[in-house]
Write a protein that binds this ligand. Structure first.
Ligand code: AMP
Length: 249
């Protein structure tokens, strides 16, 4: 069984981001970048399936500039077998990423593609669903449990008010939610080993995909600043404020 995992390089979740003065986007200069946290969960799940004998090959794919190789190396250090880098400096919208991944899927013929449920930079939550639609494959999104057996994937999904379990015929698309697993840290020996694992380079042109942006960003704004809190002297003052000042925003 072949697995393909899509990983995105994003601004690290601990970084406080700043909007550019001209409001055209987020200032990415000199910021710490990391693998999208949901994609770490996707890599972990794929590596666990291989370790359990349910999969034989774990390939990791990422689209973006040269620096994306670092993110692919992190996935290789976590245990993935090989990397695929779609090299492009273009700003990639989810539909462009889904089309690139479709081209890679057609080349690689994986039995299962695992993606994060969403990238924490654009919060789109679109690529997995778009890829499933473009391929005409079943999808199990927001997975908190994944079991492979008898040519099917059983996916437990986190939905409003509970859990839903769906059984998908393979090949299929799965997107990860937070509770699926706890991703491992790459050990130093594995980081060293990852340096020798292969990374194939492709490009949108080679894959025959037009990745030109279709959307125009009109404006990016910071959320309104929160006002400072007040410390009250006693419960009576609190009740008074709740009665006379509190309102739903
Ligand atoms: P999004 O729909 O943008 O929120 O992204 C959902 C998922 O698609 C991410 O968690 C990744 O698994 C995958 N993805 C998004 N952008 C890329 C990219 N540039 N390269 C590889 N995978 C990506």
């Amino acid at each position: 069984m072949k697995l393909l995992v899509a990983v995105k390089r994003v601004v690290d979740f601990n970084v406080r981001i700043r909007v550019k003065p001209d409001q055209s986007g987020v200032d990415l200069a000199n910021l710490k970048m990391s693998m999208n946290p949901f994609d770490e969960i996707a890599v972990e799940e794929a590596v666990k399936l291989r370790e359990a004998g349910a999969a034989s090959d774990v390939a990791v794919v990422s689209a973006g500039p040269q620096a994306v190789q670092e993110t692919i190396r992190t996935a290789l250090a976590m245990g993935a077998d090989r990397g695929i880098h779609i090299v492009t400096d273009e700003v990639l919208e989810p539909l462009a990423v889904a089309k690139l991944l479709k081209a890679v899927v057609e080349k690689e013929k994986p039995d299962l593609v695992i993606l994060g449920k969403q990238a924490i930079d654009d919060d789109c939550n679109q690529v997995g669903q778009m890829l499933a639609a473009l391929m005409g494959w079943p999808q199990g999104t927001f997975a908190s449990k994944l079991v492979l057996a008898d040519g099917r994937a059983e996916v437990t999904r986190e939905i409003d008010g509970g859990l839903e379990t769906v059984s998908l015929a393979l090949p299929a698309i799965v997107t990860t939610d937070l509770r699926l697993n706890q991703p491992r840290y790459a050990s130093l020996p594995n980081i060293m080993k990852a340096r020798r694992k292969p990374i194939d380079a492709l490009s949108p042109e080679v894959l025959g995909v037009d990745v030109k942006p279709r959307l125009t960003v009109v404006k990016v704004e910071e959320p309104p600043k929160r006002q400072a809190g007040k410390i009250l002297a006693n419960a009576a003052e609190l009740v008074d404020k709740l009665r006379n000042e509190a309102r739903v925003l």
